[in-house]
Write a protein that binds this ligand. Structure first.
Ligand code: HH2
Length: 347
């Protein structure tokens, strides 16, 4: 049928010594170099139309190893193991910590606390992107984030700048940021791809997140026929634009953008099919911390009370090969991740 394509999703996951034995015996392939391995592959065939995708499950030996390469190759450091990105919102209106770190000194102190708790990097944001958020002028965003980026970078912290604006990216990079995290996937500001390409040439990582529309309107009526496949295609398009702008693939991190133009069924479908995104060949980041990705979880108030749900979601993502978790509660997530690393490697 014209336009019919197929996607692969590793499944039938095993860990530890059992995973290593099954790989040696040829019954499994390592997921991104391990510690997990997958014994099965789901093939998803879809023509892009109104009929749902057709899914069939095969033993891993029935699939050409060349087709599986993006799912088996070990990522380069630092994403060869799970990493934590601690969230630092220097905003009055973020959904869970708005106003908590409004002045620079308090924000820097909080960032340093998150590093002491085990964060590998700190994501500094000066504009809330929660559903319905009001956009912030560039001058105000600069005033909020630059001193904080500077203060943390001076202390040797790896800083990520969470912004959609090229001028904010540029100022934060000059102040010492080494990651650019753009929830629009460099689509919001026409000047952003060139700024990100210059930063990548100097070694910065670029996070491309998936969303549709803008935070002000994105969750009014998101509609997908096959959410995970459409997100994969739209992220591939953002990646292609980034590559065309001169950003090397090895410097890109991809994020499906939970709750950005997505309601519960979309978030759940994306969580189920997360591992198919490895086909794009970049490390994956997820931001599920404190989010109401399911409607019952949304009704748990305040958002800071959603730690148990956030930890389970983080664990679910780790199991599927996600190597960068964007989280509010670093100490608790660090403990959960370290516990998972011990069990996944040895049990
Ligand atoms: N989520 C938020 C902000 N930035 N960046 C990436 N890459 N992925 C995410 O899921 C993501 C993100 C929203 O969360 P938060 O920063 O806690 O809230 P707010 O946008 O209200 O400041």
């Amino acid at each position: 049928m014209p336009g019919t394509r197929s996607w692969l999703r590793p499944t039938g996951l095993v860990t530890g010594p059992e995973a290593r034995r099954l790989v040696v015996e040829g019954h499994a392939r390592p997921l991104l170099g391990g510690p997990q391995a997958f014994t099965l592959v789901e093939r998803i065939v879809w023509d892009g139309g109104i009929r749902p995708p057709v899914r069939s499950t095969l033993p891993v030996v029935a699939v050409d190893p060349v087709e599986l390469r993006p799912f088996t190759a070990a990522p380069a450091a630092p994403f060869d193991r799970p990493r934590l990105m601690g969230i630092l919102n220097v905003t009055p209106d973020s959904f869970s910590d708005g106003g908590a770190h409004a002045d620079s000194a308090a924000a820097i102190a909080h960032g340093l606390r998150l590093v002491a708790e085990g964060a590998d990097m700190i994501d500094v944001g000066g504009e809330s992107t929660r559903p319905g958020a009001t956009p912030v002028p560039a001058e105000e965003e600069l005033r909020r984030v630059v001193p904080v980026v500077e203060g943390l970078a001076r202390e040797g912290v790896m800083v990520s700048i969470d912004t959609r604006k090229a001028v904010v990216m540029e100022a934060a990079l000059a102040a010492g940021a080494r990651l650019v995290n753009d929830v629009s996937g460099l689509a919001f500001d026409p000047a952003a791809p060139a700024v990100a390409a210059r930063a990548a040439a100097r070694g910065a990582w670029i996070v491309l997140m998936h969303m549709r529309g803008t935070p002000a309107t994105m969750n009014e009526a998101p509609a997908y026929r096959a959410c995970a496949l459409e997100v994969a295609d739209e992220l591939a398009a953002r990646l292609a634009t980034a590559l065309a702008a001169g950003i090397p693939r090895q410097q890109v991190i991809l994020d499906p953008g939970f709750c950005f133009a997505k309601h519960e069924p979309h978030n759940v479908e994306l969580l189920r099919d997360l591992a198919l995104l490895h086909r794009l060949g970049c490390p994956l980041l997820v931001g599920l911390s404190r989010k109401g990705w399911a409607s019952w979880l949304e009704s748990v108030q305040p958002p800071a009370a959603r730690l148990p749900g956030s930890l389970v979601a983080a664990h679910w993502a780790l199991e599927r090969g996600v190597r960068l978790l964007r989280v509010h509660e670093v100490a608790a997530t660090r403990q959960a991740v370290d516990a998972w690393v011990t069990l996944a490697g040895r049990a």
